[in-house]
Design a protein around this ligand. Structure first.
Ligand code: FPP
Length: 266
């Protein structure tokens, strides 16, 4: 028996039913490690960059789905501090896709009441990307429907080092003693300051690792790995990840007996 030919375009499906989800018990913050673009392209005999192009379309769909469901915050790992080591042509394509995405999505973000934030070192991005990113961040700053965090030139260790540097400077300036530093103070120095920690982290592409993503914030996140490559990440797979999350018992260090049946978010 021959296996079916891989699809060239991301899955376009009839709207799956969201009624199987417990809408009162949704994750407040979902973070996604979008992996598998390269393998998706290779399976189709295409250059890697075609996988990223298809992946950009999946970003649009996923943002829309999250917003429709009423998710408070969605974080997408789009470009890591380590991704700068990729071939220059691939980096250039990714930056170009990002710029095009930002330019084409501004109106939609505004219509959907979505605020865009950037996690990572924006200053490291090419000037033209930085410019359009800054513009979209400014224009959507008042939106309250959902926060979309794009992790760009983001690495969790880098974020923690920057946070520690700021805290150390404040200590040196005599603002407080090092022994007074609390978990809340560290959280307030992170790129996600003011946002809830992710309740659910989804990783596509089948690898079981965090890849320097939200290491502090992921302390109590539920992790869901799917074999689906990012360009094929559909509404169905997204719903399945949420359904799976809703079946978990989140104990936050307590015993099962101490934990109410429903403790999806803190
Ligand atoms: C990982 O797949 C994916 C990336 C490093 C980039 C993610 C970028 C996009 C989804 C498109 C552009 C983003 C936006 C926000 C418009 P990989 O290349 O490591 O895949 P592989 O593991 O199969 O090689």
């Amino acid at each position: 028996m021959t296996s079916p030919a891989p699809r060239l375009f991301p899955q376009i499906s009839i709207m799956p039913d969201a009624s199987s989800l417990d809408i009162a018990n949704l994750p407040r913050h979902i973070a996604i490690i979008m992996d598998g673009n390269g393998r998706w392209a290779r399976e189709r005999g295409l250059p890697r960059v075609m996988g990223h192009k298809a992946g950009a379309r999946t970003v649009q769909e996923t943002v829309r789905t999250a917003r429709e469901l009423g998710i408070g915050a969605l974080t997408l790992y789009a470009f890591s501090t380590e991704n700068w080591q990729r071939p220059p042509q691939e980096v250039k394509t990714l930056m170009g896709l990002l710029k095009t995405y930002l330019q084409s999505e501004l109106e939609k973000l505004l219509q959907q009441d979505i605020r865009l934030c950037c996690l990572g070192e924006m200053a490291k991005l090419p000037r033209d990307v930085r410019q359009v990113l800054g513009e979209v961040i400014d224009k959507t700053a008042g939106a309250q429907g959902m926060t979309l965090n794009l992790a760009l030139s983001y690495g969790s260790r880098d974020e923690l080092v920057r946070a520690m540097q700021r805290l150390a400077s404040k200590c040196a300036a005599g603002e407080f003693d090092a022994s007074a530093i609390t978990e809340e103070m560290v959280s307030r120095q992170l790129d996600t300051a003011g946002q809830p920690d992710p309740d659910l982290i989804i990783r596509t592409g089948g690898e079981y690792r965090l890849s320097n993503f939200l290491l502090w914030q992921a302390s109590y996140a539920e992790i869901y790995v799917t074999e689906t490559m990012w360009p094929d990440f559909s509404r169905e797979v997204f719903y399945e990840a949420i359904r799976n999350f809703q079946q978990r018992q989140r104990r936050f260090g307590r015993t099962g007996e101490q934990t109410p049946a429903r403790l999806a978010t803190t």
